[in-house]
Each structure stands twice: as structure tokens, then as C-alpha cells.
Design a protein around this ligand. Structure first.
Ligand code: ACM
Ligand code: ZN
Length: 767
């Protein structure tokens, strides 16, 4: 397939008058994404030009016509007229037809030589029909280019979505995103007929929505990031603005107010809503799960929640409200007299049932407003009301159980729909959460698991991509997570099992890059993977093999220059016999390149082992107490040394995500010898601050967020080599090193699997 932007690139500014040109898009009715259900191509074309009129017949169709008139102008530079006079020729027109054989979101699009005609049962259907038309238009990126008409191929599309829930979720608590950033996302999501935006507005790290009755929520419940004077919450007027913007794009906004867990930001403003009222709470700076949650025994909590809904229901005009319900540790409830009293009075079995009681109370508040509650799948633990809807995130099990019991379910199983998980090799990609979800895995997901009974399949409303933002600092980071995987979700939820075809999707994706570029989306381009470190040692020769998560050409240079479309194309493994520097990137058909990988290749000799006697098992450990973000901050003299038997012994406390023992913050210096089993080039991997082997620093000491192990290589002879490790017990960028294993693993260059440097391999001198 040729690309329209290549054609357009020859339409350049010449002299003072814009050059004029007709355009015949290479994009046909079968190239629309998500793939329409039925496409019938026909001979001939409709010529869209400034003489074409957009016919509207009421306020609703006028609004849609204005929306697409603006889009056509933005894409092509052509200004189409709006008209309320019926015309038979050269017109784009829409109307509603109740008897149309599609569902409420479906449409019929007919393009013939006289007109583009969109028919649907609803205005939403008409909007989607027009989004399909929009994808047939060229994008004229240069302001000075001027096209006078676009030829749109004749044919007919009859289309409807498979699922009614095609969504994206965004966490604005862990990091805050402005309404401009959110509107930008909504505008692009609408291109792919995404119809739900799940706005995760509250969590431990920040309460982000103004509630007038509780003003402290946005003064004490919001941690303003260092060096930022910007407001880090949404006023109710801003929320209205986002909802109106989404509504114009037929996207329903579903707010989430987390209860009973993920509530520390709220407790920071109103500590009397907690079980323990005497603590001064602060919005949580670390990621993870906090023990402090809303008290289930205190009526004030339910009054608070009712007041919050009184204020938010007028802002969100849709049926669904998400009440959270995930990750609520019951430790405080077990100790709280009020919670225990509630269990007794309500005749509940345990704290799991207390959570059910809590959620049922929240649901009642939501139902009093005529709305429907959704909760995360943990709320199944103690039982749910017959009217509760489930969002299945821990896997599919919760969704299967709920759907088979007759509850509506939205599938968001983390291993398929958590778009904050890495979409390539974590050693190559920018920081993301754990997990690995390449594009193909998302695309091939089917929201209806086989375990769902035939008559219960209707309870699966659809799927959404979730974006948690612990490691997303800017709107660009969100886009990198979302695109192109959210387009895969749009297709799998719209087109359904039978229509999907991954290879065909990839071809259409190539057509969509210019669109994403026009909207300024920072989408992921598969990076050249294979080598896992960016500095590689070798002794005789080294062969590097590169691959990408989906097929895309790779370009490389060996002269230090940045690769571009004219550079060498990677076609087969590259063998090196001497020092080299390879710069390699993936190249899209648009000419855009991915982030460049820069790999230094060094020919080295095996380092001699130390001939040393008087060794005993274990490493020498010295510590300095304090909170150090980098080893260079440690200036104090360490304490007396002790001997530890394994590297893991350097950390004594571990409490995943919950409470961090700050008295354990310290710098740890380990020193001794590691016994290398045989001659060879070794890869070492570690999350520690620094690993030095045989006097070479092989793990980067300047790396502060230790979420994943870094790798380094070194060539070593069999025998004893000095090893020094610096481990910092600290908390940096929301991550506590108490959550890390304190380990160093290794593999020989030709091996896949890592082994831990265990107690049999480490020694210290006894001299
Ligand atoms: C979740 O990821 N805790 C819903
Ligand atoms: Zn309590």
C-alpha cells in the first residue's frame, strides 16, 4: 500500500500561490480501523470538495456536521459548507432510521458518485459512520499545501460494534494530567470508536476532584509535586468541560471514587474517616497498597460518600459509577472497635463480609441517584448484591464467576489490558510496570472466556485498556503506553472474533501512523531487541541478533551517526571481530524512526582470577544509616563490618507496598570475592546501586529507580574475582528498595537463564 503523505509531500509551496491538487486516497473502505463488519466496494468515486455540502436537519445532526466539518478542514485544508437545504448531489447527509438492522451504535454508510449517506438508529451511530469516512481522507500536514478535492471510493459499509464497552481507563492520582492532556486523548480515542473513559480520580496518592462540601480534599489530599506550582486537581467546572468534550465525541465518562481502600488522600484531609483517627495522614508518596482505609464502622464515612456522590452525580450524566473495591487490606478493620461492632451488629462472618456490607452501602447511595455501581473483582470475596457489576482485573476468574452468576462484567485482566505493562523487552523499553503485553497479545485477546456459560455471554459488556500512572509522568508517557495497543483493543471490541486478523491490522496500522502524527501522539515503535545490555564485552567474536515485537524494518550505522532511512538495513545477525559502536533503530513507512539503541561492543581479554588463600564463606558488610538516593551522597564512615552468608541477607525487611520501615533506610557496602565457575563472558544483572567485579563497575551507578535489574557484561577467567556491591535501602520516585530482591544474578553470554550468585560462590578474606 502506498501512503498518501508521500504523494502529498510533492505538493509543496511554490512561489506565492499554493499549488492545487486533487487527491485519490489509497485508503479504501476495507482499510478502516476498527475493521467494519461488512464492506461492499463499488466502482466509481465521490468527489469531496469545497463545493460539497454537509446537510443537517436538526440540532443534533448540525453538531455532528460541525464536528466533522472542522475535522475535514484540519485533515485536508478544505472547508465544506453546512446547509439545512436538502440537496441530491454533492452532499454528505445523515438520518436516523429505527428499522435499520444494526445495534444502537451501528450505522450504514453508502458512498456513491452523488453523495455520502450515513444512516443509523442513533446519533452515536451517525458519528461512528462519519469517523469511518474521516479515515478515508488524506492528511495534508503542510499548511501551505492546498488540495481541492478528495476522491472517496464508492461502496457500502454496514457496521456495528461487537461489544458495548470499549474503553480506556486513566489513573490521574499517581500522577496528575491536565484537562488539555485528557481532551487530547479523548479526541484520538474517538477516532477508533472507543466509547468509555474510566477516570480514576482518587487514590492513596491524590484526591483529584473538587468536592465543595469537603474543601480539604484538594488542599490536604493532593501532594503537589516538587517544583510544581500547578494545581493538581480538577475543579467541578473543569470536570464538566471534559465530560462535555467527551460527550461531543460520544465517549461516556465513568468516574471512579475508590472505597474502602486506596483512600489515604481522603484520610489526609479527613482523618476521622479512618479507623485510627489519631494519625496524621499524608497522601502516599510510595506506590503499592496502604493499610489505612475508610472505617467500615463509622456512619460518618457513609455520609461522606453520600455527600461526594451528591456533588459528582450532576457532573457525570451516564449510568455507570465505579466505586473501587480493590486492594483493601483488612488489618485495621480487624483491630478497630467500630468495625468489629459493625460485624457483630450486622451479623457478618468476617472482614470480607464487612467489605461486602461496605460496598452494598455504597451501591445503595449510587442507586438512590438512579445509577449503576461497578467494582473491582475483589469485592466478590465476601459476596455482592445481585445488581453489582464487576470489572475483572486480577485475571479472568472474577469475571467468569460474576458473569456466570448473572452480573454484568467488564474485562480488564491485567495480563492483557494493563497498558502500563511493558510492550517490549523491559531491558530495552523505558520504565513501565512489570508484565509483558506486546501488541499481538492484546490484539488476540477475546473478552469472553470459554468458561462462561452460553446464556451468560451477554453479561460480558466488553473490555478496556487500563493505564496506571506510577511511571507515567507526562501525557507523552500515557500515549506511549496506550498506542498502538488501545487501537488493538478498539478493534477487538468493535470488530469481534470473526473479523479480526492481526496481519491485516498491522497493515492498516501503517496507514494510521500519519494520523497519529497529525494528532501529535507519542506512540510506541517497536525497538530493536535481542541484546539486553548496551555495553557488551566479547573475547573472540560477537554475533548480535536483533528482532522486534512486530515486523518492522531496522536500520543501523557503525560510524556513530544516527540511523535513518538511508542507513544499512538489518537483514541478518551481525558479527563483530573488533571494537565497534552500533546504533540501531526501527523505521516506520512514514520515515519516522524509533528511539535509537546505542550499543558499545568491546573486544577484551579474560580477566585473570586472583590467586588468594585465607578465604571464608560470606561477604563482608558495612552499613551507614540514613536515606541516600545515590551512593555519592554517603560521606559518613560505615559501621563495623559483619559477615553475611548470602547477598539477600543485605536486606532484612520486606513488606510489599504497605508500610516501609524508614529506620531501615541505609547504605550497605558488601565486599569479598565471587568464585567464577569457568572461563567466559558473563552477564550480571542486579537492581542494586552498584556492582563492581574485578575492579570494573558493571552495573550503572547513576540509575535511581530500581524497578528492574540492569545488566552488564565482563569477561572472566575461572576462579576468584573481587566483588563489591552497594545496596541502598531507600525510596525513590515512589519505589522502595525494600520491595526488591537484593541479589545479583548471572549467566554466561551464550545462556538464556540467570542463576543467583548464591552462598557457595561468595567469600571474604580472613587476613
Ligand atoms: C487494580 O489494578 N488494583 C485495580
Ligand atoms: Zn474501623
Amino acid at each position: 500500500m502506498k501512503f498518501i503523505y508521500i504523494l502529498l509531500s510533492i505538493v509543496t509551496f511554490l512561489g506565492c500561490t499554493p499549488q492545487e491538487k486533487n487527491e485519490t486516497p489509497q485508503i479504501g473502505l476495507n482499510d478502516i480501523t476498527p475493521l467494519p463488519q461488512k464492506v461492499m466496494e463499488a466502482d466509481g468515486i465521490f468527489s469531496l470538495s469545497e463545493k460539497t455540502a454537509f446537510y443537517f436537519h436538526n440540532e443534533e445532526t448540525k453538531q455532528i456536521a460541525v464536528f466533522f466539518k472542522d475535522k475535514i478542514l484540519a485533515y485536508t485544508g478544505m472547508s465544506i459548507k453546512l446547509s439545512d437545504e436538502k440537496k441530491d448531489n454533492n452532499v454528505i447527509q445523515f438520518h436516523l432510521e429505527d428499522s435499520l438492522k444494526v445495534n444502537d451504535e451501528g450505522y450504514k454508510l453508502t458512498v456513491d458518485s452523488n453523495k455520502i449517506d450515513v444512516v443509523a438508529k442513533t446519533y452515536r451511530g451517525i458519528f461512528y459512520g462519519m469517523q469511518s469516512v474521516l479515515q478515508l481522507l488524506p492528511i495534508v500536514t503542510k499548511e501551505e499545501s492546498k488540495i481541492t478535492s478528495v476522491e472517496i471510493p464508492n461502496g457500502k459499509i454496514i457496521d456495528e460494534p461487537t461489544y458495548s464497552w470499549r474503553g480506556m481507563h486513566l489513573d490521574v492520582s499517581r500522577h496528575f494530567f491536565s484537562i488539555e492532556e485528557i481532551k487530547k486523548q479523548l479526541d484520538v480515542l474517538a477516532l477508533f470508536k472507543i466509547n468509555k473513559f474510566h477516570w480514576h480520580l482518587t487514590d492513596d496518592q491524590g484526591w483529584r476532584i473538587e468536592i465543595k462540601k469537603y474543601p480539604a480534599l484538594i488542599t490536604k489530599g493532593v501532594k503537589t509535586e516538587a517544583n510544581s506550582n500547578e494545581k493538581q486537581y480538577y475543579t467541578q467546572n473543569e470536570v464538566k468541560e471534559v465530560v462535555a468534550y467527551a460527550q461531543e465525541r460520544f465517549i461516556d465518562v465513568i468516574p471512579e471514587i475508590e472505597t474502602p481502600g486506596h483512600a489515604v488522600a481522603a484520610l489526609s484531609a479527613y482523618s476521622d474517616l479512618a479507623c485510627n483517627k489519631d494519625i496524621i495522614y499524608q497522601p502516599r508518596e510510595l506506590w503499592g497498597v496502604d493499610y489505612n482505609i475508610f472505617c467500615a464502622g463509622n456512619e460518618k464515612v457513609f455520609d461522606f460518600i453520600a455527600d461526594v456522590y451528591d456533588e459528582i452525580v450532576p457532573l457525570f450524566p451516564y449510568g455507570y459509577y465505579h466505586a473501587g473495591g480493590d486492594e483493601a487490606p483488612k488489618r485495621n478493620w480487624e483491630k478497630c472497635p467500630q468495625c468489629q461492632k459493625r460485624i457483630k451488629v450486622e451479623n457478618l462472618k468476617n472482614e470480607a463480609e464487612l467489605q461486602s456490607y461496605f460496598m452494598a452501602r455504597v451501591e445503595k447511595i449510587i442507586q438512590e441517584h438512579g445509577k449503576i455501581m461497578i467494582g473491582w473483582d475483589e469485592i466478590l470475596e465476601g459476596g455482592i448484591t445481585p445488581t453489582t457489576n464487576i470489572m475483572s482485573w486480577q485475571g479472568e476468574e472474577g469475571g467468569i464467576k460474576a458473569a456466570n452468576a448473572g452480573h454484568d462484567v467488564i474485562m480488564t485482566p491485567l495480563n492483557y489490558s494493563y497498558l502500563n505493562f511493558s510492550q517490549g523487552d523491559y531491558r530495552v523499553e523505558p520504565m513501565a510496570h512489570g508484565g509483558y503485553i506486546p501488541l499481538e497479545k492484546v490484539y488476540n485477546y477475546s473478552p469472553i472466556p470459554a468458561e462462561i456459560d452460553e446464556d451468560k455471554k451477554k453479561h460480558i459488556l466488553g473490555m478496556q485498556g487500563n493505564i496506571w500512572t506510577e511511571y507515567a509522568y507526562t501525557g507523552k508517557d500515557i500515549e506511549y503506553y496506550a498506542y498502538p495497543r488501545i487501537i488493538a483493543i478498539a478493534e477487538l471490541t468493535w470488530s469481534g472474533e470473526e473479523r479480526k486478523d492481526y496481519n491485516n491490522f498491522l497493515t492498516r496500522l501503517d496507514n494510521l501512523y500519519p494520523t497519529l502524527d497529525m494528532y501529535g501522539i507519542n506512540y510506541h515503535i517497536p525497538l530493536p531487541e535481542g541484546p539486553t545490555a548496551n555495553g557488551i564485552a566479547f573475547t573472540d567474536s560477537l554475533t548480535l541478533t536483533f528482532n522486534t515485537t512486530h515486523p518492522i524494518p531496522m536500520k543501523y550505522t557503525l560510524d556513530g551517526s544516527k540511523p535513518n532511512e538511508n542507513s544499512n538495513t538489518y537483514t541478518e545477525p551481525i558479527t563483530f571481530a573488533s571494537n565497534a559502536q552500533i546504533k540501531i533503530a526501527s523505521l516506520l513507512p512514514t520515515g519516522k524512526v524509533s528511539t535509537v539503541r546505542n550499543i558499545d561492543i568491546k573486544k577484551v581479554k579474560l580477566k585473570e582470577a586472583h590467586n588468594i588463600t585465607n578465604l571464608a564463606p560470606g561477604l563482608e558488610m558495612k552499613t551507614v544509616d540514613g536515606h541516600f538516593k545515590e551512593a555519592s551522597e554517603v560521606t559518613e564512615k560505615p559501621n563495623e563490618s559483619t559477615i553475611i552468608n548470602t547477598i539477600a541477607d543485605a536486606n532484612k525487611t520486606f513488606d510489599w507496598g504497605k508500610e516501609i520501615d524508614t529506620t531501615n533506610f541505609r547504605a550497605v557496602f558488601l565486599k569479598g570475592f565471587v568464585e567464577i565457575p569457568e572461563d567466559g563472558v558473563y552477564y550480571f544483572a542486579s537492581k542494586q546501586e552498584q556492582v563492581k567485579i574485578s575492579d570494573s563497575v558493571i552495573i550503572n551507578p547513576n540509575y535511581t529507580l530500581k524497578r528492574f535489574p540492569l545488566e552488564g557484561t565482563i569477561a572472566l577467567k575461572k576462579g576468584m574475582h573481587p566483588i563489591e556491591i552497594i545496596y541502598l535501602n531507600n525510596a525513590v520516585k515512589g519505589w522502595a528498595s525494600d520491595w526488591n530482591d537484593v541479589e545479583v544474578t548471572f549467566r554466561k553470554a551464550n545462556e538464556e537463564n540467570y542463576k543467583v550468585i548464591d552462598s557457595t560462590m561468595i567469600f571474604h578474606s580472613t587476613e
